[in-house]
Every structure is written in structure tokens, then in C-alpha cells.
Design a protein around this ligand. Structure first.
Ligand SMILES: O=C(O)CCC(=O)C(=O)O
Ligand SMILES: [Fe+2]
Length: 344
């Protein structure tokens, strides 16, 4: 119910705001997501009150749920054919509204809309689409299913630091997916951490908290990280599970996480049971055009079913951005001269 009220309030506020600006002004506002968010939140607060709700209630809800599915929160109008690369996002009414709405949702739940300079040149929004043949691993991944993972997995969780490089910013708190097209209803999947925990033994939970795992960087970050840091980012004494202020948080990826030593059988066993738990806990979210999903990147893993290799035309098209509580992020963890780009 809170999700429905939140969707209606954001949609009303953004529609109202849109009526008072030109297309160019709307586009321009995307380069200053912080200011845009602040401005929109004022109206969203009013719209929430009209519906007997409050921003505090929405915030509490959002930060304790593995995901929010905000249905029909924007109108995906005037879309061209589905792009075939992460960038650029075509500048038409529907994609600009999708982006403004994403920024509005994240701002309401106290999250800055952010990117990482090392992924897709630091673009704040990217297309998640199927790529045509010829792009190697990127093509394969774009058409394939994704097993449970957190995004930005080689970056520390918020509040912790990479011991080798203090500038490295935390991974995002939220992954924000705006659906523009999804004709085959290919679901995004969410695996709530509390459900995963319920399937793990005390011993495995202990193992997952030990700094005995190697975490590599996800494909989309690899080249950018090497360009910015001068080398790959591989964390070799990582824990996967964290007890933070009485809550469990996770960082994990099926594809780039492994025990540091081959003979650490218990570490491997614990990771295997985490993977097994994922199979039993996936909630399917087939997003419809105009929906936004906010997936909590601390208390859930996410993935997706297989989109298949058809590309362009009317095929699946999501936009992705990230949300982070940036109130305590040190200045050196941002790229200089950017209003939203985190390091690396
Ligand atoms: O395509 C989706 O639904 C999710 C994609 C995703 O999780 C990712 O690209 O990291
Ligand atoms: Fe992801």
C-alpha cells in the first residue's frame, strides 16, 4: 500500500513540475540531480500528506524492504527503437521523465542519485538492453540470465573502506531500474537477505563473515577501473556478510566471488550454501513499461531471467541508476568537478 501511495505522489509531483518547464530545461535538470531531487521532494512531501502518508513513513519502509516496486510511476512516451548499447540514453520525453522520476524517488528516500566514473564513463543513467553480436563478453552477458549479486561488489559497503585505497567509494545502497519496454515480461529477480539467512547454518553464517574471500570487479567496471586506478581492483580479504547496527548486510556476486585459498573447504561450503539458498528465494519482478524498481543493495541480492538474443526494435529496455545515502561520503570519494560521480 505504501508503494502505491509513493508511486502516486511521485507521479503527481513530477507531472506538475513537468508542466512548468520546457523539454530543454527538463533535460538540463538531469545534470544537477541533487538540486532537482531537493526541489521535487518538497512537492512529493505535500502529495504524500494529501494521501495521509509522510516522507518519514516512506523512508522507513524503503530502507527495510528488499525492494520497492513502484508501478505505473511514469509515462514512457515517444520512445524510439530500443538502443543497442549502454549509452547514450536517447533524449525523448519518456526517457527524460523516467530519469527525473528515478531521481525524485531516490531523493525522497534520502539517497543521492550517483554513478561511478569507472562504469560506462560515469553516465548517471544507462540502458540495460541486449547487445548485437560482435561485442564479445558484453553481448553474451546482455542476453543471459544473471544470478544473484549486489552491484558494485568490489567496492566496500557504506561505512567501511578499502584498506589499500581510501578514495574508493562505497557500493550503492539502491539499484534503481526504470522499465521502458519488457514485451516478454522477463523478470528481474530479488533474493531477500533474511530469506537467505533462514537457510544458512550458524557455522556457514560465521564463515561468510570471515575476511577469507576474493572479490573481483564486475565486467562493466573492469576497463574503467584499470583506466582510473592503473590496475584491476581485486579485494583479497573480503567478508561477504556483515552485521551492521543489528542488521545483516551482504556483498556477493556468483561470477566474481571465491574463497581466497583453495583448501578453505568451509569457506567454499558456506558460499555454496549461500548460492543454493538463492535458488529457493528468488522473487520475480516482471517490470512493465512505466514501473520503477528500487532494489536494496544491502539487504537483497538481485538478478534476472534470460532476455534472449533478440535486440533493438521493441525488445526489453530498462534504465539503471544507483542510489546512495551520501550524507557521510568524504570529498575524496567523489570525482572532482562532478555533481554525482563517485570514485573510481
Ligand atoms: O536486467 C535486469 O533486470 C537487472 C540487470 C542487473 O542486475 C545488472 O545489470 O546488474
Ligand atoms: Fe545488477
Amino acid at each position: 500500500m505504501i508503494s502505491v501511495i509513493f508511486s502516486q505522489a511521485v507521479r503527481a509531483a513530477v507531472t506538475n513540475w513537468r508542466a512548468g518547464v520546457t523539454f530543454e530545461q527538463m533535460l538540463d535538470s538531469l545534470s544537477r540531480p541533487r538540486e532537482l531531487g531537493k526541489e521535487l521532494v518538497l512537492t512529493i512531501e505535500d502529495e504524500l500528506k494529501k494521501r495521509d502518508c509522510s516522507r518519514a513513513k516512506v523512508q522507513d519502509f524503503a530502507w527495510t524492504q528488499p525492494y520497492l516496486k513502484l508501478e505505473d510511476i511514469f509515462q514512457p512516451s515517444d520512445l524510439p527503437d530500443t538502443p543497442t548499447d549502454f549509452c547514450p540514453v536517447p533524449n525523448v520525453e519518456g526517457t527524460v521523465l523516467a530519469r527525473v522520476t528515478a531521481i525524485a524517488c531516490l531523493a525522497t528516500i534520502n539517497s543521492a542519485t550517483v554513478s561511478y566514473g569507472s562504469e560506462n564513463e560515469g553516465e548517471l543513467f544507462v540502458n540495460l538492453v541486449v547487445f548485437p553480436p560482435g561485442r564479445g563478453k558484453f553481448t553474451d552477458k546482455s542476453a543471459d540470465k544473471m544470478s544473484g549479486h549486489t552491484d558494485g561488489v568490489s567496492f566496500p559497503v557504506r561505512g567501511q573502506h578499502n584498506p589499500m585505497n581510501n578514495r574508493i567509494a562505497p557500493s550503492p545502497d539502491f539499484v534503481c531500474l526504470s522499465a521502458l519496454r519488457n514485451p516478454k515480461q522477463v523478470p528481474t529477480t530479488v533474493m531477500p537477505l533474511d530469506q537467505l539467512m533462514g537457510q544458512l547454518s550458524t557455522e556457514h553464517i560465521e564463515q561468510l563473515q570471515k575476511p577469507q574471500y576474493i572479490i573481483g570487479s564486475q565486467l562493466t567496471f573492469r576497463d574503467g577501473i584499470t583506466k582510473i586506478l592503473g590496475e584491476e581492483l581485486i579485494v583479497d580479504d573480503a567478508q561477504l556478510l556483515f552485521s551492521i547496527n543489528q542488521n545483516w548486510w551482504i556483498r556477493f556476486s556468483h561470477s566474481v566471488t571465491q574463497p581466497a585459498e583453495i583448501e578453505q573447504h568451509l569457506a567454499q561450503e558456506a558460499m555454496d550454501s549461500l548460492k543454493n539458498a538463492c535458488i529457493n528465494s528468488a522473487i520475480e519482478l516482471p517490470l512493465q513499461p512505466g514501473d520503477i524498481a528500487l532494489v536494496n543493495n544491502r539487504i537483497a541480492l538481485h538478478g534476472r531471467s534470460e532476455p534472449g538474443n533478440e535486440y533493438g526494435g521493441q525488445t526489453r529496455w530498462l534504465l539503471r541508476t544507483y542510489g546512495l545515502d551520501a550524507s557521510d561520503i568524504a570529498p575524496e570519494k567523489w570525482h572532482k568537478d562532478s555533481a554525482f560521480m563517485l570514485y573510481p
